[in-house]
Structure formats: C-alpha cells, structure tokens
Design a protein around this ligand. Structure first.
Ligand SMILES: C[S@@+](CC[C@H](N)C(=O)[O-])C[C@H]1O[C@@H](n2cnc3c(N)ncnc32)[C@H](O)[C@@H]1O
Length: 273
C-alpha cells in the first residue's frame, strides 16, 4: 500500500474523472509560459535532470519535455490510473527522455543526489505532511539543486467580476473543510518556512497571475463549475445564500461577456546547499 496521505484522490473528484482530468489539462496549459519563465528565473535550464512529483495525467510533464528538449524528465505519481493517462499522452516520447515512477512523494525510492531540479505543482496543498515530502525531495536533489513548489493560497486567490460579496468567507469555509481532512489551501504563505525547515537555502517566492482577458475564460469556467460546489452545500460547508452567490458568479462566467476572473499561483524556490 503506497503512502498517499493526501486529500487529493481523483476517484473522489466531484466533477467525475474525465472532467477533472480536463480541468487539470486546461489549468496546466493556461499560463505555462509564465510558470516556465519563473522556473527559468529560478535556474531551470535545458539539459538538467528534472523530477516532477504529483504529475497526474502528464500535462505539465508534456510542457517540461517540450520546453527542455535536452532534459531527462522523471515523472512521479502515486495514482496508477492517472499515470497510465500520462503514459498514453506521452507515448511518442523517446524512452531515453522520460521515466515514469509510480510512488509516493514521501518515499520516492529514487537515489540520493540524483536531480538538478524538482517541480511540485499543485500537490503540496493536498499533503498531510508537507515537511516530510520536502525533506524527501531534498534527499534526491544534487547539492546546488532546486525545488520549486507551485501552489495556491486562498488568501490571495484572486477575484471575479461580477463580484461575489462572500468570496473570501466562502474560500475560508472551504479551506477549513479541507484542513479538517489534512490539506492546506493557504499553503502559499507557508512555503518559505517549509523550505527553510527542510534545510533549503536561498529561498525565494513569487506569484503568477492568470487573467481571463489574457489567458481565456475556459479555465475559470471550470474553476467555477457549479458541480464543484454542490457537495459543499450538501454537507453544510456553505449556506444557501453563499451557494446562490456562487451560482450567479458561475452563470456570469459561463455566459456574460462582461465577466472576468483573475487567479494567483505562488511559486517558491529553495536550493539544497
Ligand atoms: C491537483 S493534481 C496536480 C497534477 C499536476 N501536477 C498538475 O499541476 O496538473 C495533484 C496530483 O498529486 C498526486 N498525489 C497526491 N498525493 C500524492 C503523493 N502522496 N505522492 C505522489 N503524488 C501524489 C495526485 O494523484 C494528483 O495527480
């Protein structure tokens, strides 16, 4: 039994597995050029040996392979079904460019000091023990190697137009419900300390802004798909007034040309001394 200890299991996705995979696809491609820009600013270079953890259906792996044509990418994922999706997506990639590892980020089974760069995108918010994961990634990095965590912080989630008056109350309630299960939707703000406490140095933090006027509305439509909120309402996490506000926002985002959305990703980097 692999050590998942995480709040993310695609089999429980409220959208259902195919729609959740599509949501991940849109989210992965929406602002990749910006994420890449910051990864490069942090030191990612073509030719480096790169480990991606929690790689899911492989859409970020695909971008990494494309953006780093001389790099070898190791794609680590705990969920066999998701990794099989990635294998199908990347079936034409030469075997000497990619290695798939089915394992947990807590115990990768990978050798010490073997990677120049590790990318962990939208996995740490789900982990029950992020410190243990960051330490394991430290172990597999070469001295001088870097870990970049790309994640969210609902305190700086972003905004939508038309406004949702209770957006921050709703986000707080959702985050509290996730926290009860062991996840952390406010992890962005903790990343510098997490990296420091795991032994990394030269820590830095930055943000990526996604705006529907720049990156298209599709990703926002999927974030505000009402089916994602029905369970929260049914379990009493959000009340009927808040549900109504989300419904109106969802309606507007799906159908009104006046609507826009803006979301923030946090990117934190640490170096193994
Ligand atoms: C929200 S998805 C993000 C997928 C991809 N990184 C992206 O940005 O599109 C989180 C991924 O982390 C994986 N995951 C969850 N717990 C894990 C663990 N303990 N070890 C490795 N992967 C894990 C999930 O199966 C899922 O594929």
């Amino acid at each position: 039994m692999k050590d998942r200890r995480s709040t993310y299991n695609i089999q429980n996705a409220v959208l259902g597995v195919p729609d959740e995979i599509e949501r991940l696809r849109v989210q992965a491609t929406m602002s990749w050029y910006k994420e890449l820009r910051t990864l490069q600013w942090y030191g990612l270079q073509d030719g480096m040996s790169v480990l991606e953890v929690g790689s899911g259906p492989g859409y970020i792996t695909e971008q990494l392979l494309h953006s780093l044509p001389n790099s070898h990418i190791t794609s680590l994922e705990i969920d066999q079904a998701l990794q099989n999706q990635a294998k199908i997506l990347l079936r034409d990639v030469p075997a000497d460019r990619i290695k798939f590892v089915e394992a947990s980020v807590y115990s990768t089974g990978l050798p010490d000091h073997s990677f120049d760069f590790v990318v962990a995108r939208l996995i740490f918010l789900h982990l029950h023990d992020p410190l243990e994961a960051a330490q394991e990634l430290y172990r597999v990095l070469k001295p001088g190697g870097k870990l970049v965590i790309i994640d969210i912080d609902d305190g700086v989630f972003g905004t939508v137009n038309p406004d949702i008056p209770s957006l921050h109350t709703i986000l707080r309630k959702i985050a509290d419900a996730v926290a009860q299960k062991g996840g952390n939707r406010f992890i962005g703000r903790s990343l510098p300390r997490l990296l420091r406490d795991s032994g990394y140095i030269d820590i830095d933090i930055d943000s990526i802004i996604q705006h529907s006027d720049v990156h298209g509305i599709d990703g926002f439509k999927r974030q505000f798909d009402m089916n994602r909120f029905v369970d929260l309402y049914n379990y009493g996490v959000i009340n009927s007034d808040e549900m109504e506000q989300m419904k109106q926002a969802s309606e507007a985002i799906q159908h009104s040309s006046e609507a826009y959305g803006m979301m923030t990703f946090i990117m934190a980097c640490g170096t193994k001394p």
